[in-house]
Design a protein. Sequence first.
Lengths: 311, 275
Amino acid sequence: MDHASSFSSNDTTQKKRRATASRNRLGGYLFVAPLLLWLAATILYPLFSAIALSMQDIRIIGTAGDFVGLDNYARILGSESFWQAFGRSAIWVVGNAVVQTLAAFTAALILNQRFPGQQFARIWIILSWIVPTVVVVIIWRWLLSSSGVINYLLMAIGLTAEPVGFFGAPTTAATSVVLINAWRWFPFMAVTLLAALQSIPQELYEAAAVDGATAVQRFWRITLPLLQPVLFVLGLVGTLLSFNVFDVIWLLTGGGPSNATTTLPVLIYDTAFTRYRLSQAAAISVLSGLALLIFALLFIRFMAPKQEDES
Amino acid sequence: MTRRIRNRVFLALGVFLLLFIVIAPFYYVITSSFKAPQEIIARTPTLIPQSFTLQHYEKLFRSSNFPIYLVNSLIVALGAMLLCVALSTPAAYGLYRLRLPGGKLLFRVILVTYAFPGVLLLIPLYGMLSQLGLIDRLLALIIINVTFTAPFAVWMLRAFFTTIPLELEEAAALDGATRLQALMRIVLPLSAPGVASVAIFAFITSWTEYMFASVLILSDANRTVPVGLAGIIGQYQVDWGLLLAGATVTMLPVLFLFSLVGRSFVEGLTAGAVK
């Protein structure tokens, strides 16, 4: 232990302690080593092999390829479909961030109140997040189908005369997919915000109330600033996780109609496994990774909360 | 007084809407999976089932490969769960209890791997696993799922480990217990809810995984539930009854496991970001 007392008068116990400390340290690394090795083999190594793959011209895995240098990159950077997918991924991430933040904040503020059944609500709100994506997909495909309950309701209140084909037109398909993914993810954000809200000392609000601050002022002056560290983590991790979403989109629309929902993950998958251009897919992965890295660095540089204490 | 009543009404409305948005679709899907086909496709939806039948479940288990998918998914999820716990508990213990020099850096590295978008690894991991001859093997899915659950598991465990008083371990050390013994005999039993939450998190995530399972598994006999169900979506002329029954069975283990550890699960989920 680092903090072992240095005032100890007994020299031998001190030596003994130091010996135990360094032995512990070595032992400590042994505890962490298996996981680190595992991650190195399954994340770090593939990362480098992606770069190697992207400089060959392999079409189907297992077949040999020639070294082609940066040809794949040149081709992709010059292709319209890459930049369109790039733009769609940006819209996807921003759209999800907006919808989820609004929904999650509302949910967290509601759940932070006292009401009967509060325990139940605070736990089971997470339901849509823990359920398998394929279930989410079946649920919404069914609810939004032409004979589904949502179309029934829309027609019953006279908003539309004909059933809406939600996944048939580019704009409605893209909107539906964003909303469905937000439905799946906002509870995760909500429970995190709720936990953060509950860590804010109640006295702050009481003091502010004594000073005559309104509820809105209290939110902007106390809640939001104190939530900043959590919002920073959620903003960063949430963006990366949201970029990563593939299965919801793929199983709802397959990237269509007319590629309207082909984000970068869908493009990578499609390029490798339906068009059999493995090396090109690897190059798209590397480029996407670089874009995300730049985003993350900028986000950390400009959004990181000021660090006051380290522990 | 009236303002208080108004606030309560608003709160009740908010709570109702929130739970309705999240839970109502599940209620509707589960109850509809027991409806007769005519009722499922009827023009006017029924909130309370007017008919009762098990025919969709019978079809699911008798005349589709769903039972095989279930067994495969169980193997993958249990395997990934055990390995994830075996790797993440010692790592979390080492990182949060032993004050290793560079521990903070290691912690950040693990955080980065958690947020790392897995789709970027799809192609190279596919290549790597195919070189190892693991294509179309459930073991490949176990490996993948451990990679994508263990970092977050470490993060979750931190919250539970830090609640255990350090003195307990120091006392054990004085009694001559090794670090491993202290972990096994003292820390693990005391953080049992945490370890259970982590195990269930790993199980649920592996149970859900679609993307890797859809490319690493080739034969129908080795498919997992998400890929198998997705296949049914396309394969039949949309048989909603069958799909709703499939969806219900697929979420059942998740609901059951979650109901066991719901509270500590949510706590572990959020503690990482808050603390």
